[in-house]
Design a protein around this ligand. Structure first.
Ligand SMILES: C[S@@+](CC[C@H](N)C(=O)[O-])C[C@H]1O[C@@H](n2cnc3c(N)ncnc32)[C@H](O)[C@@H]1O
Length: 302
């Protein structure tokens, strides 16, 4: 399994994945910051020994996530790309998705967590150093991400988690102009020829994913229990068949059951809305402390 981490920072996620993929896998972390790369490199030997590997299976390369070619990353190379709280920092989010799509193998998956907003932010909010540092200035407008993803060749993103990310300080409300935020994780699957499904199918999970056992939570809408058939619409069926999960399912066509492609498409877009899901599930996170409040108030009083 070949895995890429966009914006690998100190390398924490790469090391976790290094253990998961083991001796036959390989993990590359890309980051633009020398200090982060140097910190990550410092711990390669430690983790190689700790995980009992005969040689390191992780490496860190300097580069920009918008220009993976400059870090010598070739087309159709990776099974999985991960990223945690980095794309919001990129000035060109579509280029990041385009590059991720290019270097993924067909059926490969970009699994990434980030901060999303529901509207284009004001110039003042986008220029604020303070809000930038809290991953708010560059927050991804969720509808743009869904659009870019399809434009560069991914299936409609599937939502894996979503939490309201409240900024509970009155002093910044006028800069934010009513914008809301949430922290969400998506799966973006690169289309693979020959896996599109003409209609809904019954998908039965075999219980064979080692890390999941008897229950596989694919996204917030589909959790599969081993041996129990679940009817999934054509687009979800196509995604499952295209990915590494396909081998862990039995698929049964449902002849005679027709679907309306427009309705299916509209439903998938609705299901990708991280704000709707966070509101429905009443899930929220609050990372802000009294200390943050003081800093925000001091900065906005200037
Ligand atoms: C918030 S940290 C997240 C680090 C890591 N993913 C984690 O979860 O601990 C953001 C990281 O992304 C890197 N970064 C930001 N923009 C980048 C870009 N355009 N290209 C490459 N790296 C970038 C930064 O250097 C930093 O290490």
């Amino acid at each position: 399994m070949q895995v890429l981490d966009l914006g690998s920072g100190s390398g924490r996620d790469c090391f976790v994945i290094s253990k998961l993929v083991g001796e036959n896998g390989h993990v590359i972390g890309i980051d633009m910051t020398d200090e982060q790369l140097s910190l990550a490199n410092k711990y390669i030997d430690y983790h190689t020994k700790k995980f009992g590997l005969s040689k390191p299976n992780v490496e860190f390369r300097k580069g920009y996530i918008e220009k993976l070619g400059e870090a010598d990353l070739k087309d159709n190379t990776f099974d999985v790309i991960v990223s945690n709280c980095v794309v919001n920092l990129s000035p060109d989010k579509k280029a990041v998705l385009q590059e991720a799509h290019r270097v993924l193998k067909p059926g490969g998956e970009l699994y990434f967590a980030d901060i999303y907003t529901n509207q284009t932010l004001s110039e003042k909010a986008r220029q604020s150093d303070l809000l930038w540092g809290e991953c708010i200035s560059g927050a991804l407008v969720w509808k743009d991400v869904i659009k870019y993803a399809q434009e560069v060749g991914f299936e409609i993103p599937r939502l894996v988690t979503s939490y309201t990310y409240a900024v509970p300080f009155e002093c910044v409300q006028n800069i934010l102009e009513g914008a809301e935020f949430c922290s969400a994780t998506y799966r973006l699957v690169k289309k693979r020829d020959g896996t599109s499904s003409p209609g809904p199918v019954k998908a039965t999970y075999k219980g064979s994913l080692a890390e999941c056992g008897q229950t596989f939570q694919f996204d917030v809408f589909y959790t599969f229990k081993a041996g129990i058939p679940v009817e999934v619409p054509n687009d979800v069926a196509s995604i499952l068949k295209a990915t590494r999960y396909g081998a862990h399912f039995d698929f049964e066509d449902m002849p005679g059951v027709t679907t309306n492609k427009d309705e299916d498409y509209a439903r998938s877009l609705d299901q990708a809305d991280p704000f709707a899901y966070a509101a429905k599930s009443a899930s929220s996170i609050n990372i802000f402390t009294e200390e943050h409040k003081k800093i925000f108030e001091a900065a906005t009083a200037k």
